[in-house]
Write a protein that binds this ligand. Structure first.
Ligand SMILES: C[S@@+](CC[C@H](N)C(=O)[O-])C[C@H]1O[C@@H](n2cnc3c(N)ncnc32)[C@H](O)[C@@H]1O
Length: 298
């Protein structure tokens, strides 16, 4: 990389620091819709330099969850690929008191759902470059490992668990079982691709999250399904209808993908039709923060 490139990187991360520092003398917490939109725009600019597959709505949702630390704890990403969600989260986390992010991915060829996801040393190198060119390397702890190998060693409380790794049913189930127990009450679990043909995320989100009394406030934004671990029993009742309404819309997708086979022809069309009935718009900062009971100290 040229010296010029590093100067540009230094300058853009310096600019970002200045923006966050200027917001408040003590820290740079997001407290309003406008502040959220500014952080979102900064995070999107950084993410534009990275390859990956997240829609605008999904970027919005990731940044929203990052800037609303509903409770103290760490943020763990399972499945980093070339670093798109890593960069979005790490950039948005700058506006919180605890900007650390853990990223777990083996960056090794993986067999999943009949296809091989070719990640390797080259992908890992691209991932490291993504962090470097967006100025977030020093805040991301990299765990180059299968999540199942990280799990026995993991003992930190999580305030956000972002699952975007092995999309098979057994893979998503294992990730949820191994790590959701570390999500503290008030913390959030989020799965990517709950609206996708891959069966794991939708099945686990529907059956383990929406049907469980451990989880309360929830939603789907783009293809991200998220839910908050309840702090007390009242949140179970409070969110019961919301969860059941979402479940009713999601179950037909679970039915379509249950056999873990690629969908073709009429089955694919039916899946898409069923998907069109699932509400999945991007929540406003004010709606999300009130749904999860987040009050930023101004
Ligand atoms: C869909 S990609 C992740 C995309 C990434 N979040 C982004 O925003 O670009 C899935 C990633 O999960 C990783 N992966 C697959 N199985 C895994 C496992 N068991 N543990 C951790 N990561 C895994 C793959 O190596 C791949 O990089």
């Amino acid at each position: 990389m040229s010296g010029n490139h590093f100067n540009l990187v230094r300058r853009s991360s310096q600019k970002r620091k200045e923006y966050f520092m200027s917001k408040s003398p003590r820290n740079a917490r997001v407290t309003t819709e406008d502040e959220f939109l500014k952080v979102l725009s900064v995070a999107r600019t950084a993410a534009a330099k990275v390859d990956g597959y997240l829609t605008d709505k999904e970027c919005h949702m990731l940044v929203l969850m990052a800037v609303c630390p509903t409770v103290a704890g760490e943020v763990l990403e399972i499945g980093s690929f070339k670093g798109l969600s890593t960069v979005l989260l790490a950039t948005a986390l700058e506006s919180t008191n605890d900007p650390r992010l853990h990223a777990c991915d083996p960056w090794a060829a993986i067999e999943a759902f009949g296809a091989t996801m070719m990640t390797n040393d080259e992908t890992f190198h691209t991932f490291q470059e993504s962090l470097a060119k967006t100025g977030v390397s020093d805040r991301v702890t990299i765990h180059r490992a299968f999540s199942s190998d990280l799990a026995p060693k993991w003992n930190r409380p999580l305030r956000l668990l972002w699952i975007d790794g092995d999309h098979s049913v057994s893979g998503a189930k294992k990730d949820f079982e191994n790590f959701s127990k570390h999500v503290v009450p008030g913390g959030i679990v989020a799965f990517h691709d709950v609206m996708h043909f891959h069966p794991g995320p939708s099945q686990v989100f529907a059956t383990r999250v929406l049907l469980s009394d451990e989880w309360g406030a929830c939603g789907i934004c783009g293809s991200i399904g998220w839910a908050q671990k309840v702090r007390d029993r009242s949140e179970v009742l409070q969110n019961r209808d919301l969860k059941l309404r979402l479940l009713r819309r999601l179950m037909p997708l679970v039915d379509s993908t249950a056999f873990e086979k690629p969908l073709t022809g009429i089955h694919k069309l039916r899946f898409k039709l069923r998907r069109s009935f699932v509400p999945r718009s991007a929540p406003k900062y004010s709606d999300f923060s009130s749904l999860v009971g987040y009050r930023a100290a101004g």
